[in-house]
Design a protein around this ligand. Structure first.
Ligand SMILES: *[C@@H]1O[C@H](CO)[C@@H](O)[C@H](O)[C@H]1NC(C)=O
Ligand SMILES: *[C@@H]1O[C@H](CO)[C@@H](O)[C@H](O)[C@H]1NC(C)=O
Length: 292
């Protein structure tokens, strides 16, 4: 082999291993591989385990949901194993304490301690062998005669569904607040404008004052007057283009058949309100395939 050829082949090989290493590095940061490392927040994880295990019936107790959640040994153990697998901190959440409280209050049967699923009772191999409840099985028709753990897919679908609900609720709350703030601002601006015009009327009607003698302060007064004139120009511009004229046409508050076209400022306000509503109707929703 020609020595140059040999060198370039080895360069090529080196380059290709470089590329494949780069590709591997990229792949290890891709979302599908990272999903395994997703860390759930404990509160939502507890709720997600509850949600995934609620529809099926464990047949070691009566089928009522409360008995299932409190007295079914299989049901409770399944919930605990779900927490052990996905979020052990879920035992320390408000949701867990709440369920324990309900069980104590209504059935006089507090939940067992978390150590019924520790490694002395369930080794890692035993946990791995526990039946995984699939998404398709998480329905009212399923009857279970054993301990189960939600599959990864079922757990994350429940988790994301709850997460989405929280997200949407947050935006609904903001939406409600924004509508109130909007009209509060409109009223506030209206009141301020009224108060301002009343005050300036009162000032212009103040009794005649003789001209003072010229002093050094006159320059200052001139700038003040200029500033007032500029403020005036703004209010004139506002009156000319925004507050006084009709939306279209010539007269303010024109009657067209049975409707009245409001002045431009009202139209602008209403338009802003409609835009605000439209924005909130479009924004603040989140959906993903498999939403439960
Ligand atoms: C459940 O509540 C009881 C008191 O009502 C408490 O003694 C018990 O430790 C709680 N169980 C767990 C697992 O936290
Ligand atoms: C509970 O359900 C399982 C699976 O459906 C069944 O094999 C078992 O016989 C049932 N046990 C009782 C007591 O109904």
């Amino acid at each position: 082999m020609h020595p140059h050829l040999g060198r370039s082949v080895s360069h090529l090989l080196l380059a290709s291993t470089g590329w494949s290493q780069l590709a591997l590095a990229l792949a290890s940061t891709s979302p599908s591989l990272q999903a395994a490392a997703r860390v759930p927040t404990p509160d939502l994880a507890f709720a997600a385990c509850q949600m995934a295990l609620r529809p099926p019936t464990f047949n070691d107790t009566l089928p009522s949901k409360l008995t299932q959640a409190c007295l079914s040994r299989w049901g409770v153990t399944s919930l605990y194993l779900c927490l052990r697998v996905f979020a052990p901190e879920g035992f320390a959440t408000e949701g867990f304490a709440h369920q324990n409280h309900s069980c104590s209050a209504y059935l006089r049967a507090p939940l067992p301690p978390a150590d019924i699923v520790d490694r002395d009772h369930f080794s890692d191999e035993e946990v791995a062998r526990v039946r995984r409840l699939q998404r398709e099985e998480a329905t009212d028709e399923t009857v279970l005669g054993e301990v189960v753990i939600p599959s990864d897919r079922l757990f994350w679908l429940s988790y994301d569904t709850l997460d989405t609900i929280l997200y949407v609720h947050k935006y609904h709350f903001l939406y409600g607040a924004a509508v109130f703030v909007f009209w509060a601002l409109v009223v506030l601006v209206g009141v301020l404008v009224r108060v301002g015009s009343v005050l300036s009327c009162a000032r212009s009607r103040s009794p005649y004052q003789p001209l003072p003698r010229r002093t050094e302060e006159d320059d200052e007064e001139v700038t003040l007057a200029k500033r007032a004139a500029r403020g005036n120009r703004l209010s004139v511009w506002l009156a000319r283009y925004i507050t006084v004229p009709a939306t279209f046409g010539y007269r303010c508050a024109q009657n067209v058949d049975w409707v009245t076209i409001p002045p431009r400022v009202q139209s602008i306000t209403i338009l802003a309100f409609v835009l605000l509503n439209t924005a909130f109707c479009i924004h603040g929703y989140r959906s993903f395939p498999g939403n439960m």
